[in-house]
Design a protein around this ligand. Structure first.
Ligand code: C2E
Ligand code: MG
Ligand code: MG
Ligand code: MG
Length: 284
């Protein structure tokens, strides 16, 4: 009987893999169609000055709804587009839509855009990004690119070249999800960043977890010494925001200040005095 169980196990296992691959291919086909139809959207989450809650910029976040698949999160479809080599047309669509929306904002409000790991291994990425914003007529000096340490590490030399080209055009580079992944403080010395985004993992615990508080304190001190900007990610509660203000953190982002919202909502927010946070939108 153990033999039968074993064989059954193997069958179930390979069936699972086959199903997963089938689903990935289904997502791939639907996403490729969506890209051609220009049917992937970009939402915008405010990044605020913590001292007065004013909006300083927005992070662009990809959103895709498919009639059959429903809402597919970017954490699923971005890696898939990378693996299956169509991150380029997807990025073209996302950055074009994001930059077009950003054109309507006051000139001092920046746009932050995420770069993925495959893009940091492709030497043509900087040229591609700059060509897209140029076509839209968006000033690259209003552009920030978010990258993660993990994404950079597959090919650090290519990544360095890309970041240098982008900075030469006036764009800024943020280190996303800082403190998680393959963190190495040496990275802050060896690469030119403009800003560090402290990962939500520390921020969410700041009000009650002493180690997290000390880690954030240390990051803030270090960034001040290195002349780096700082954003605290994932602020969900007043307690967290209050604590971060007390510690002297300059910028923040999170559901407490605003969920990712449509281009129209972002436009309304910045043009209506761009003051305090607005009621949460439906986007989760
Ligand atoms: P990320 O760049 O670290 O983006 C922050 C994620 O945290 C977003 O999830 C955002 O919706 C979520 N978030 C923001 N504030 C809060 C909060 O207060 N609490 C909680 N629990 N979550 C919060 P999202 O939109 O699902 O994106 C996930 C990841 O997918 C992003 O992480 C980014 O790595 C990637 N991604 C999203 N859009 C793009 C894109 O256009 N291009 C690329 N390459 N990657 C993207
Ligand atoms: Mg990001
Ligand atoms: Mg992040
Ligand atoms: Mg993250």
């Amino acid at each position: 009987r153990s033999k039968r169980r074993g064989r059954g196990g193997i069958t179930v296992y390979s069936e699972e893999i086959a199903n997963e691959m089938k689903r990935a291919t289904q997502i791939e086909q639907a996403l490729r169609r969506a890209i051609i139809a220009d049917d992937v959207e970009v939402h915008f989450q405010p990044i605020v000055d913590l001292s007065n809650e004013r909006v300083l910029g927005f992070e662009a976040l990809a959103r895709w709804y498919d009639n059959e698949l429903g809402t597919v999160p970017p954490a699923v479809f971005i890696p898939l587009a990378e693996e299956r080599a169509f991150i380029e047309p997807l990025t073209e669509l996302l950055l074009r839509k994001a930059a077009r929306a950003a054109l309507t904002w006051p000139k001092d409000i920046f746009l932050s855009f995420n770069l993925s790991s495959a893009q940091l291994m492709d030497p043509s990425t900087a040229f591609g990004i700059l060509a897209i914003v140029d076509r839209v007529g968006f000033d690259p000096r209003r552009l920030e690119l978010e990258i993660t340490e993990t994404a950079m590490m597959s090919d650090p030399e290519t990544a360095r070249g890309i970041l240098e080209e982008l900075r030469a055009a006036g764009a800024r580079i943020s280190l996303d999800d800082f403190g998680t992944g393959q963190s190495s403080l040496g990275r802050l010395r060896d690469f030119d960043f403009d800003k560090v985004k402290i990962d939500r993992a520390f921020v969410s615990e700041i009000a009650w977890n002493r180690p997290s508080e000390h880690i954030i304190r240390a990051i803030l001190t270090m960034c001040e010494g290195l002349d780096l900007g700082v954003v605290a990610e994932g602020i969900e509660e007043a307690d967290q925001s209050g604590k971060l203000v007390k510690l002297g953190c300059a910028q923040g982002q999170g559901y407490y200040y605003g969920r990712p919202m449509s281009a129209e909502q972002a436009y309304k927010l910045v043009c209506s005095g761009r003051g305090k946070r607005e009621p949460d939108t439906l986007d989760a």
